[in-house]
Design a protein around this ligand. Structure first.
Ligand SMILES: [Zn+2]
Length: 140
């Protein structure tokens, strides 16, 4: 027991930190701060729900996903461009992501949840976003 249980090598630690960081991506943090400032309470990364939703509002039966435009294939968005090299690989991979998102959303809706997707690009030009989020959360 001399060294305790939380002794990690530098490599293990930096691996761990990068995994932690990848969960708190910037667009998601922006939305979390915004929603928090609006006075709403939520749960993060609910592991028992399809797609592990980013933000869950249990009493309201509402869910917000914050999606990266590239990884989740935001339609008609300039950030969603399939890389030119290994195009088939990326097409297949990203299309799988997109279909899985749609499937998760329809599972959630089927069990009574309202779902809002906020796109990364929308968090940057945020003028209309708080209003949209509020009317989503207040709509019964
Ligand atoms: Zn976008």
């Amino acid at each position: 027991m001399a060294n305790g249980t939380d002794t990690l090598s530098p490599v293990q630690r930096s691996e761990l930190m990068s995994r932690v960081r990848s969960k708190d991506t910037k667009p998601e943090m922006r939305v979390r701060r915004m929603v928090h400032a609006m006075g709403y309470r939520y749960r993060l990364h609910h592991g028992k729900l399809p797609g592990r939703p980013d933000m869950v509002f249990p009493e309201r039966r509402k869910i917000i996903f914050v999606h990266g435009c590239f990884w989740h294939r935001h339609e008609d968005c300039r950030r969603n461009r399939t890389p030119k090299s290994r195009r088939e690989f990326w097409d297949a991979k990203l299309e799988k992501n997109r279909l899985r998102d749609l499937e998760n959303q329809s599972k959630l809706r089927a069990s009574g949840w309202d779902v809002l997707v906020v796109w990364e690009c929308e968090t940057e030009e945020a003028a209309g976003l708080p209003g949209r989020i509020m009317s989503f959360l207040e709509d019964h």
